[in-house]
Ligand binder design. Structure first.
Ligand code: DNO
Length: 352
């Protein structure tokens, strides 16, 4: 397991030097943010990030994300050009030594929450998704956007996009994903890069938009579209775990045994009866996921991919990007390190 941490580049209030001080930290997870979605990343920007990362003593191995332009997801006429740009980004990143590229195929909205600063019992604040709040949200106002997203839309864009997506049901979205994968996976193979799709968060359609990277049958389908190690998963425990139909530990076991998890986001989530959920501190007892069991499955299957602690709460007075502060994510990393050491040592004991 290679421990990693998301860093939003020099603009991130969390300094890379601080990330380095987290025990066992190995790689940065970052992206080029100065280029609109769909365009080619300059070698200069890529190399600058690489240099900054390496100067801090960390690896530049994981990109999250190279975002997919909506016209690719919609299957519009200019998709071939956009896919060609995407392929060029894969090549450039491969050349810079990048091992894994995370991306998603969610129409319009990336991960979605209804409140970013819900005060929990201990005074920390967390991101939450409450059904009753969701029902009151109007996606067309342009007010829904999260500070961790790679892209955001203006009101006019949204009205147009919602209209265009009227033609795209789940099956059409699958076809568009298939078209995309058939084009990019051979390029990734050649560039020595592993593509790792992020599941939809939450893992079901919202605001009438289709979502397909949601559950086991669909993950199987995704992996079978191009049966290559370069076509893999970012297994996000919190995203898949925010629906009770997903048994996350079992999915981790299954796909890590197949060698198809290249990147895993570990966080805990507390599910409510009505399908609402709250993001929770990483340890198992705070949420609905058995994080020990998840780590055990990775360990048993000899997981050598990248793992990052995912969203944290805001604690100790920290302010910044909701979900992406330093402190609680660092606590998450330490907890994960502790579980991993225990797993390593108990395996040694069994062998002895
Ligand atoms: C949320 C993140 C996602 C993820 C994208 C991948 O915190 O995990 O925004 O980066 O879905 O493309």
């Amino acid at each position: 397991m290679k421990l990693s941490f998301r860093w939003y580049g020099p603009e991130d209030p969390v300094r890379i030097e601080y990330i380095r001080q987290i025990p066992r930290m190995y790689s940065i997870v970052t992206a080029v943010y100065d280029v609109p979605v769909g365009e080619i990343w300059s070698n200069e920007s890529i190399n600058m990030l690489k240099e900054q990362t390496e100067a801090a003593g960390l690896h530049f191995d994981v990109i999250e994300s190279v975002p997919v332009h909506e016209n690719i997801k919609l299957g519009l006429a200019d998709r071939d050009q956009l896919i060609a740009n995407y392929c060029e980004n894969i090549r450039r990143l491969g050349k810079a030594g990048v091992q894994v590229i995370c991306y998603n195929f969610m129409p319009v909205f990336d991960w979605t929450r209804t409140q970013l600063d819900r005060v929990l019992e201990d005074g920390s604040t967390a991101l939450v998704y409450y059904r009753d709040q969701l029902e009151k949200m109007d996606p067309l106002t342009g007010e829904i956007s999260l500070p961790g997203w790679d892209s955001s839309y203006k009101k006019e864009d949204l009205v147009k996009l919602f209209d265009q997506y009227k033609q795209v049901n789940e099956e059409v979205l699958w076809q568009n994903l298939e078209y995309f994968l058939q084009a990019i996976i051979p390029v990734a193979e050649e560039a020595g890069v592993k593509m790792a799709i992020h599941p939809d968060d939450p893992p079901y359609p919202i605001f009438g938009l289709p979502r397909i990277i949601t559950k086991e049958a669909n993950l199987d389908r995704l992996l079978s579209i191009v049966d290559s190690p370069a076509n893999g998963l970012t297994l996000c425990t919190g995203s898949l775990g925010s629906a009770s139909f997903n048994d996350v530990a079992r999915l981790v076991d299954k796909y890590s045994a197949m060698g198809r998890i290249h990147f895993i986001h570990v966080r805990n989530v507390k599910l409510m009866e009505d399908g609402s959920f709250e993001e929770a501190a990483h340890p198992s007892e705070y949420g609905s996921l058995d994080v020990y069991e998840i780590m055990k499955c990775l360990h048993k299957n000899g997981f050598e991919g990248y793992l990052r602690p995912d969203h944290g709460r805001m604690i100790w007075g920290e302010t910044g990007k909701p979900g992406y502060g330093l402190y609680d994510r660092a606590l998450g990393a330490s907890y994960i390190n502790g579980l991993w050491e225990a797993l390593e040592k108990s395996a040694d004991n069994k062998e002895a």
